[in-house]
Design a protein around this ligand. Structure first.
Ligand SMILES: Cc1ncc(COP(=O)(O)O)c(C=O)c1O
Length: 404
């Protein structure tokens, strides 16, 4: 019999170097506390609290009844890829063919595919920071070198073209960002992205993953895709998916649009790792896209109301530095004014401690900023009901008042 330590040390260096997802870890802690009978309000989630719209569920039921139970083409059913082509034309004015599209098991797999297909060991990957937790870990798996570039709170956490220019070296292979952003909700506008494209024009060895998974949750209403800049379009992998906009996190459907060589490489990788995405989810996704974005925009309206509710309340909290999140369903205030304060003999050293304090004292789950590359901040998700948000903020205020 091997003991636990022996088996643990037999695990590959690759997996030992990988961190557990902090957002998933926090959700687990919140569930444990709830199981002990505490009334925990979970603001750590990165998913809509809405049900998937009924017409999409119906399409999935029909897919089962119609016998769509077999392996699917690795890059996705042709009709789904065509719906995605149509979506890019309708929403983003981007011309693609089905050969440019690869459907994957969530946008997370699309991102992992693209990184694995583009990054060699030692290549530098510039990540706009604060960033989504998985970017850095996926780069680690590809043995790339992450180069986080931090946007300033004064600029709503948006990295500028000048900052990008400074960070690019002859070893830079890839740039990754999400807009709207997780964790900040920042949305880069057309001018800002065109300025970024101008920088990239000078560096033809640099590719980009533009993660647009929160596209429909945009409170300004204007989304710009970097791939719309013709001079760099072939170097931009646009990632999107159904999880956030259509409230379909559990269905696991994401996709990318890319130069056909990159798409073919991702198809090859996927063929050896997972094969095509679930047949039923693909049928549901095709119906979702065909139905347009009305249901997604209705949900986005609810997020806008909640953002305003949370922001109004957060602006009253002394020591929270806020800004206006223009999209997604997160707010990421700088909470560093609380570092060094104590309660019952315990000192808050960092955002992780503050997040833990809020869980223990207010029974509100959040995620410390460390995992997003910004240890001075905490991420609060507002993808929950107005009532829960109001109560959570009341509790947070009263707990924070105890810190001296
Ligand atoms: C910025 C960002 N990209 C990608 C994903 C992954 O989405 P999916 O559920 O489609 O894998 C998430 C999910 O939290 C995200 O926040």
């Amino acid at each position: 019999m091997q003991n636990t330590e022996e088996v643990r040390s037999a695990l590959s260096d690759r997996i030992q170097a990988l961190s557990e997802s902090q957002t998933i870890a926090m959700a687990k802690k919140a569930r444990e506390l709830a199981a002990q009978g505490f009334d925990v309000i979970n603001l750590s989630f990165g998913e809509p609290d809405f049900q998937t719209p009924q017409y999409i569920k119906d399409a999935a039921k029909k897919a089962i009844d119609d016998g769509f139970t077999f392996y699917t083409p690795v890059p996705g059913y042709p009709e789904l890829r065509q719906e995605i082509v149509n979506k890019f034309k309708r929403d983003n004015n981007l011309d693609y063919k089905p050969e440019n599209i690869v459907v994957s098991t969530g946008a997370k797999q699309s991102i992992a595919n693209a990184v694995m297909c583009l990054v060699n060991p030692g290549d530098e990957v510039i990540i706009f920071s604060p960033y989504w937790v998985s970017y850095e870990e996926i780069v680690k798996l590809a043995e790339g070198v992450s180069v986080p570039v931090m946007g300033s709170l004064e600029n709503d956490f948006k990295v500028t073209a000048a900052q990008l220019e400074q960070a690019i070296t002859s070893n830079t292979k890839l740039v990754m960002y999400s807009s709207p952003s997780n964790p900040t909700g920042a949305v880069w506008d057309e001018d800002e992205l065109r300025a970024i494209a101008k920088v990239l024009e000078k560096h033809p060895q640099v590719y980009v993953i533009a993660d647009e998974i929160y596209e429909y949750i945009n409170f300004e209403g204007k989304h710009f895709s970097l791939a719309c800049v013709d001079s760099i379009k072939d170097r931009v992998v646009t990632v999107n998916g159904l999880s956030k906009g259509y409230a379909m996190t559990g269905w696991r459907v994401g996709y990318m649009a890319a130069n056909k060589e990159i798409a073919a490489a991702c198809d090859k990788l996927q063929s050896q790792v997972t094969s095509g995405t679930c047949s039923i989810s693909q049928k549901a996704a095709a119906a979702a896209l065909q139905g347009g974005k009305e249901s997604a925009l209705e949900m986005a309206e609810a997020y806008r109301r909640r953002r305003n509710l949370v922001l109004d309340s957060m602006n009253e909290i002394e020591g929270f530095k806020t800004y206006l999140p223009a999209g997604a369903f997160y707010i990421f205030p700088d909470v560093s004014d609380y570092f060094g304060k104590s309660y019952e003999g315990k000192t808050i050293e960092n955002s992780e401690d503050l997040s833990m304090f809020l869980l223990a004292d207010a029974h509100v789950a959040t995620v410390g900023g460390e995992a997003f590359g910004a240890p001075q901040c905490i991420r609060f998700s507002f993808a929950t009901s107005d009532e829960k948000l109001t109560e959570a903020l009341r509790r947070i205020k009263s707990s924070l008042a105890k810190l001296q």
